[in-house]
Write a protein of this length. Structure first.
Length: 481
């Protein structure tokens, strides 16, 4: 199987990929060929018992302006949001009041620059799927940002691996199908191979804040920036406390062998240790995917490891054409950027509130955001105006895709006094609907039923079209067009 490597290298070189990208893929391919499982048993780790908490961090009176000049904000912008039916960059989806994710992100950067008189560097990590749409959008509404030298970092591409032979996957009908995104762990080879890492460091940029573009809670927090700078940590992860709803997801741990922090995902846990894995009192924290990286240290770390960050492999089995289940099975080799926490001596973590982990993953999330339960602040952040954000579950059969949501939700209902809302069937929301308490709305049929100017105060409600008014005796029959 290793004999296939020259074909991969030739394919990647022909595509113009950098030495760093080729090296990162080779490490992943070598792990695949060697059968590395990445399993981490419970007896190899210990729980992380205590961490600093954002709310308890000291407020520094240091020079914020100087710190911001040494800081870059990078947003991961490579995703299409296909699970919501999107065929463009997810960041271009309208979130609230006519503003997209990218509008809000751009405005946050501009507010920060204006308020502190400091040009914090802004970077979008785009993919070959999102670059054109993103650049066109910026040209229309934020042309000043598009002119900046570091506005775009391009994600690399990885060849798909034929699952039967381990040779490069072939799909002559559409050769682009032979390639896949390498996961957000690609941020490290992308920074190195593009020359951006060297450029940023040479310009005096020390601190990089990285987060997903769909996480509206992931703003550049000055208290966290000051804490990260003061600790001189090479890498810092924002973590949140796990709840029962998070028990199936990964957790932070400390490896006994070297004392380093690490992430253990579900696929890395032996079945015999699942009870410990899901024990949220034992393993109390999960990765928010908001990361802080010391760039000079990253440069040294990459140089010491031959330009390749030794990240654990994520092996995804798919078909070469994702829309054709009969096409050849392939492996897509990926890495996750947060797993780099185990690559740095002295890496740190800090506990942040769940408000800093607010990704928009479903149309139900979007439905709540567009309601009056949230507002856009003068700083271009989106904040809840209620203590407890309502839990909303829309019927996937009718609302899962954004275009279907927008056909049925003409005007979002008022949710300021809602605790939960479950919608079954195609209920069309128009102006004046108010939801209070715990409400279930059910439409018995498959045709949309409109609700407008109505208050639902708790309970289950079967919504129906109003009955037609009776026709008086002797009146002419209604005419139909």
């Amino acid at each position: 199987m290793a004999e296939h490597w020259p074909a991969y290298e030739a394919k990647m070189r022909a595509r113009g990929l950098s030495d760093a990208a080729v090296g990162a893929f080779k490490r992943n391919f070598d792990q695949l060929v060697a059968g590395v499982t990445g399993m981490v048993a419970e007896d190899e780790i210990e729980p992380v018992l205590s961490l600093p908490v954002l709310s308890s961090l000291p407020n520094s009176n240091g020079n914020v302006q100087a710190l911001l000049k040494e800081t870059a904000v990078l947003k991961l912008n490579g995703g299409l949001g296909t699970s919501m039916g999107l065929e463009k960059a997810k960041s271009l989806l309208e979130v609230k009041d006519g503003k997209t994710f990218l509008d809000l992100i751009a405005e946050q950067v501009k507010v920060m620059r204006s308020r502190y008189g400091s040009d914090v560097t802004f970077v979008l990590m785009d993919s070959f799927s999102t670059s054109d749409d993103t650049r066109a959008f910026l040209a229309r509404g934020h042309a000043d940002l598009l002119k900046e030298p570091h506005i775009e970092l391009m994600q690399n591409m990885s060849p798909k691996v034929d699952a039967a032979t381990f040779a490069p996957a072939a799909y002559p009908d559409d050769p682009d199908m032979e390639w896949c995104p390498p996961g957000h762990g690609d941020i490290y080879p992308s920074l190195l191979g593009s020359g951006m890492l060297d450029a940023l460091v040479s310009e005096g940029i020390k601190y990089l804040f990285v987060s997903n573009s769909d996480n509206l809670g992931a703003t550049l927090d000055l208290q966290l920036l000051q804490h990260f700078a003061s600790t001189s940590a090479p890498f810092m992860m924002e973590v949140c406390e796990r709840t029962a709803a998070d028990k199936k997801g990964g957790h932070l741990a400390r490896r006994k062998a070297d004392g380093k922090l690490m992430l253990r995902e579900s696929a890395m846990c032996p079945d015999s240790d699942k009870a410990h894995f899901e024990d949220i009192a034992r393993h109390a924290y999960f990765n928010s995917n908001n990361l802080w990286v010391n760039l000079p240290t990253l440069k040294v770390t990459l140089a010491a490891s031959g330009g390749v960050m030794p990240l654990p492999l994520i092996k995804n089995k798919k078909t070469v054409n994702p829309r054709d289940s009969s096409s050849a099975p392939v492996f897509q080799l990926e890495t996750a950027m947060g797993s780099a926490i185990e690559c740095f001596d002295g890496a740190a973590a800090v506990v942040v509130p769940r408000t800093r982990f607010a990704p928009v993953k479903t149309t139900s999330d979007l439905f709540v955001l567009r309601s009056d339960a949230y507002t856009i602040t003068p700083e271009a952040t989106v904040e809840a105006v209620v203590d407890n954000v309502p839990l909303v579950k829309l019927d996937d059969g009718y609302y899962k895709l954004v275009d279907k949501l927008e056909r049925l939700v003409k005007v979002p209902p008022s949710l300021k006094h809602c605790r939960s809302l479950t919608v079954k069937g195609p209920v069309r929301f128009e102006k004046g609907v108010v939801i209070r308490g715990n409400v279930t709305l059910e439409c018995a049929g498959s045709e949309p039923v409109t609700v407008a100017a109505t208050t639902f105060d708790g309970g289950k409600h079967v919504v129906k079209e109003p009955a037609a008014a009776p026709v008086p005796a002797g009146a002419p029959a209604p005419a139909f067009a």
